[in-house]
Design a protein around this ligand. Structure first.
Ligand code: AKG
Ligand code: FE2
Length: 438
């Protein structure tokens, strides 16, 4: 049996039956993953851990969600390493457990080198349909079986539950003390985090072209826009003066000064754990440092102003934006070629990342350009400058547009500060708060 990091064992058995698998080979977590991810903020975690009068300790914290960009190593061998890859792919595992699957089932998942990307796209629709079926099966199994993964993650859960914490502190308790709170359905990722297939898209088909054409025609001229890529290529625009130098300096100083909220090495992930949460790992694909702008940082006046500008410029409300991610690259640090699109988001309630709004917070003495190899585009970092590009296709704005894969070139001299805004089709912040963004 292939242990799944997403669906309960019973659900996997059911899915296996559905797709006609007789037996599944054992698969282990890979030591290295081909999917390098940025650990997402823990902005407003479900709630602080409860602090009842006495605690037995030994709790395992369940940090929330992550929003990783999908990255590809060009050297991925285009083979399946298990005879069961096709069946797992049909069961939706490429989406549920991308780290393992892309490493071991690159052929079936269509995640080989970029040359094979068309194959991935061709199978994407089938994969998505199978993933939906798998999620439904997992939910059914959870109800029928009382939730195979229903458990307490802290030794003190029964005590906390007895003292009323399930009601006082439901965000934390219902997930982490599901057994004691009797909230197994809620704790089940596939039930709690079901996407509404009829939800209105913030960026429907055609809206990307509309936005960029308006910018091209003079909208947002106060930010000094230059359209640098247009159809038949994907759109991209550089705003030479998106924020003032003072404003950028203020954000960098906020980011650097808050005690306990320092930049830390950017993280990737080893895949999804059994709650559908991304497991952070250190990354050699991305060597910058990162910090999330959550909590107090979000409400600093310069940050607030920037958030408002990004929402205003894109027409997508702040709720759909991930928490701003602040980046710092020192000499020779880089981020290899990747797409910001994360396949696993596609069927989550936040939907996929539609746009990246990337803002440079410092001038860089040398190096640090953001390059888009397939667009023949390279943007030089400059304090206050911003770049906006889509990660999805204008005609199919839930599907990746791999042509906007990009690289952060090594900084050769100086320090590069910048901010990522990743903008989703649906509400990100509310879904992140309940652990539904991956
Ligand atoms: O630093 C850059 O130029 C780009 C960073 C990037 O692509 C990312 O953080 O996803
Ligand atoms: Fe990126």
């Amino acid at each position: 049996m292939k242990p799944s990091s997403f669906a309960p064992g019973a659900a996997i058995a059911l899915v296996a039956a559905l797709v006609g698998i007789v037996s599944l080979n054992q698969r282990r977590l890979p030591l290295h993953t081909l999917v390098e991810l940025t650990g997402q903020p823990r902005p407003t975690p479900l709630a602080p851990r409860p602090s009842p009068a006495s605690t037995a300790g030994g709790e395992i914290s369940t940090p929330l969600a992550s929003a990783p960009p999908m990255e590809r190593e060009p050297e991925v061998p285009c083979v399946d390493l298990s005879p069961d890859c096709t069946a797992w792919q049909r069961g939706g595992e490429c989406g549920f457990d991308p780290a393992y699957m892309h490493a071991h089932c690159a052929k079936s998942c269509g995640s080989c080198a970029r040359a094979d990307f068309d194959g991935a796209r061709a199978s994407a629709a089938a994969t998505a349909a199978a993933a939906t079926a798998a999620a439904a099966a997992a939910a059914a199994a959870s109800v029928a079986g009382g939730g195979a993964r229903c458990r307490d993650k802290a030794a003190s859960c029964p005590l906390w539950a007895a003292s009323g914490e399930c009601d006082v502190n439901p965000g934390y308790m219902k997930l982490s003390c599901a057994k004691s709170c009797g909230s197994c359905d809620w704790a089940d990722f596939s039930r709690r985090c079901r996407a509404d297939p009829n939800a209105t898209l913030a960026v429907p088909a055609g809206a990307i072209g509309e936005l960029f054409r308006a910018i091209d025609a003079g909208a947002l001229s106060r930010y000094k826009p230059r359209v640098v890529s247009r159809p038949p290529q994907p759109w991209a625009v550089v705003f030479d003066e998106f924020i003032s130098a003072e404003h950028a300096d203020e954000i960098v100083s906020v980011a650097s000064s808050e005690e306990g909220r320092l930049f830390t090495p950017s993280q990737g992930t080893g895949g999804l754990d059994d709650d559908g949460q991304l497991i952070p790992t250190l990354s050699s694909y991305r060597t910058s440092s990162t910090r999330w702008c959550d909590g107090g940082c979000l409400n600093e006046s310069a940050v607030r102003e920037l958030r408002e500008r990004v929402a205003d410029a894109t027409g997508v409300p702040d709720a759909n934006h991930e928490y701003p991610q602040l980046l710092r690259y020192t000499q020779s640090q880089y981020y290899k070629e990747h797409s910001d699109y994360i396949p696993a988001h596609r069927d989550m309630p936040c939907g996929p990342r539609v746009y990246t709004f990337f803002v440079y917070m410092s001038d860089v003495e040398e190096g640090g350009n953001t390059s888009f190899p397939q667009l023949g585009l390279s943007v030089e970092p400059k304090k206050g400058r911003a770049v906006l590009w889509p990660s999805v296709l204008d005609a199919a704005p839930r599907d990746i547009d791999e042509r906007t894969m990009h690289i952060a070139n090594p900084v050769l001299s100086g320090i590069k500060y910048s901010v990522n805004f990743w903008i989703h089709q649906h509400d990100f912040k509310a879904n992140h708060a309940i652990g539904c963004t991956g």
